[in-house]
Design a protein around this ligand. Sequence first.
Ligand code: IMP
Length: 433
Amino acid sequence: MSTLVVTGAQWGDEGKGKVVDVLAAEADMVVRFAGGNNAGHTLVLDDTKLVTHLVPSGCRYPGTGCLLAAGMVIDPFVLREEVETLRSHGLLQGDELKVAYDAHVVMPYHRELDGLREEARARGRFPVGTTRRGIGPAYESKVGRRGVRIRDLFDRDALLARMEADLAVVEPERRALGASAAVDAAALADEVARASAWLEPYACDVGELVDDAVKAGRNVLFEGAQGALLDVDFGTYPFVTSSNTTAGGVCTGVGIGPGAIGEVWGITKAYTTRVGRGPFPTRAEPDAEARIREAGGEYGATTGRPRDCGWLDLPALRYAARINGYTGLCVTKIDVLARIPAPKVCVAYEDGARPGTVPFSQVRPVLADLEGWDAPDLADRVAAARSIESLPAPVRAYLDRIEEAVAVPVVLVSTGADRAQTFRLRDPFVEGR
Ligand code: IMP
């Protein structure tokens, strides 16, 4: 067995796209297990930038399986467009793509409802700041036992029956929130079935394929979406997404047992960002926040929204390590932090508060200055480093501090957008671990 789970350790956008892209070079298959097109991974292919929202980052490697597992919610219109784009760039030419029969479908009315709710919430209390991609409503239909699954897309009568069951609940809310006309279920079933017909040869029992691969000792990479603090159970509820973004989501989202999980690596930026609403204890003061945002290009890949920015939150990272069972940490965007004057790190919360015990909205961070980070050429030296040993001493001390606070070894460091600016301290796929 040689499997690796990679999940975001913060509120998403930790640089998973680049790390997974690098690690996927050694994988036989890459599997997404939760979420939908609320995620966005930027792939740089020669001079072209492509953003994928559903297809895992393994898609850049011909022959590497790209699997969308049952725990996902999939918008068939978005998937069709994404696959067409990838194919027009010469990717996914073989049988790499597989989509789980039991994954749920994001319907156009889920997406519409997500937007209507956000607008209503913005006028009143509690906007979550969702990506408006219909993710929450689709998961609600799933757990409400009235959802449409991928397998239903290929049987128009079954599809219509499922949609009618779903719309019986959705329609009154749509109307209450101001939607003008009722959904024409029959016409929509025709449209969705037509748009999904191409998918049928790729639909299968993804869990069985993964199980076979694990048993055969293939390298399987499970690609997380969003981040630990957006997990529906353990994140900053209710400002979370609607799925389990943490490593446990691999078992329930793919349909394999915990014994199949090998390494679990968490990705964290050298600082923190958050998009959408909700508590963010280490958010920086406005000047520093603006500098981080500009230096790090911190705008959403899916929505283009400017991200809130602040300092690395070590107690939160330790919590993320606990709820994921991390065996390794990947630290990204160190070059960006090196360009910020007087950077800080949160070493504890006041009064000994701990995440999981005290809500994130109530904690007050204890910040420490990073020593030696004011050297004028620090950012250049970080960008020029070609090994972890050649990183400037203050940066290595920072990595040591992270390791010590989280009690998980740093296994990968990223110091820039280029693939050459990635240093690994451990092999991701090791037989039998
Ligand atoms: P939803 O997943 O669209 O329902 O949004 C719920 C919350 O998760 C919002 O705060 C979003 O901004 C956040 N979110 C969802 N997907 C991502 C992501 O890929 N990166 C960062 N935040 C995300």
